[in-house]
Design a protein around this ligand. Structure first.
Ligand SMILES: [Zn+2]
Length: 316
């Protein structure tokens, strides 16, 4: 029977159930944290993570895909603790989340050597835990597909070809990175159906989205609540339009919520949140987005397709 690796070992795909494809239980900068630990409050971070995990369990979520990688403080032991205490399946990635910078140890390695590192996490386990990565993460953002970003994409592609595992690529629709990213994967020979372009829902440009869908990839409508990139109403209209065009079998719904995020000082956060992301949380989908989509015509089958069936197919 087909299984997927979780923080508690392989789980039958049929048992994943309602799945959030893109959420983070903790996102902090690894270097800052290691050097200046006094800036961090571990008990508060744990409290935030477990209270989110418990809240989504209450909404029937059984599985969370947590696409943290290098530079997002992927921490397999922390994620396992969340899974153990909440009863969720948590699925982890390998890879590098960078828009440009690569540290010397990775700069001085070839694409194939980077791919070998990723395959290690898939076959041997992450950070010495034996917890295996189920997919590969990479990113392109405002700087575009720079040489370092391209290197990580090619390494992700090669690791995918060697392991058979899918790729999740953070994208930036505002500058159309998705098509460039798909070009690189295509040149490497990756089957487009292995690739999920995260954050495609940050645009309401249906032409752009349909050009992506024409390549055969999956799209993440996965930042509900991040109004700074696209307000909820526009996200809703876009999802409903794509459902009407018959694309339920290519989309995921999620929020890219981070139970802890250290990018901003507490003062900045207080100023930013009400403007940039007033409703952003790990439960926003269930409290507002899904009920509203249903009222406006989304069927139960379409919802089931996006949040139960698609994760199984992409992860398989
Ligand atoms: Zn994310």
């Amino acid at each position: 029977m087909a299984t997927v690796e979780t923080v508690n070992g392989p789980v039958d795909l049929q048992e994943l159930g309602l799945t959030l494809i893109h959420e983070h239980f903790r996102t902090t900068d690894e270097a800052t944290r290691f050097q200046f630990p006094h800036l961090y409050d571990e008990p508060a971070e744990w409290e935030a993570a477990i209270s989110d995990a418990t809240a989504i369990r209450g909404h029937g979520v059984q599985t969370v895909v947590e696409p943290s990688a290098m530079f997002l403080q992927r921490d397999a032991a922390f994620s396992k603790r969340v899974a153990d205490e909440s009863g969720l399946n948590v699925i982890l990635a390998t890879g590098v989340y960078t828009y440009e910078h690569l540290p010397q140890p990775l700069l001085n390695r070839t694409e194939d050597q980077l791919a070998e590192i990723f395959v290690h996490d898939i076959e041997q386990g992450i950070q010495g835990t034996g917890i295996k990565a189920a997919f590969i993460k990479c990113a392109a953002d405002e700087p575009g597909v720079t040489p370092s970003v391209e290197k990580v994409h090619r390494a992700a592609a090669r690791a995918s070809l060697q392991s058979g595992r899918p790729i999740m690529a953070h994208s930036r629709p505002a500058s159309g990175t998705g098509l460039e990213q798909m070009r690189v994967f295509g040149e490497e020979g990756v089957e487009p159906s292995k690739v999920q372009l995260a954050h495609t829902g940050d645009t309401d440009d249906l032409d752009y989205i349909e050009r992506l869908l024409d390549t055969g990839c999956w799209i993440g409508m996965d930042r509900y609540g991040l109004d700074i990139f696209l307000p909820t109403e526009k996200r809703q209209q876009t999802v409903l339009a794509l459902l009407e065009k018959g694309h339920a079998d290519r989309m995921f719904l999620s929020q890219d919520w981070c139970s802890t995020l250290d990018w901003f000082t507490p003062e900045m956060e207080e100023q930013l949140k009400p403007v940039a992301a007033p409703n952003w949380s790990m439960t926003f989908l269930f409290e507002q987005v899904i009920p509203e989509l249903k009222e406006r015509g989304m069927t139960d089958d379409q919802l089931n397709q996006m949040m139960v069936e698609n994760p199984k197919v992409w992860l398989a």
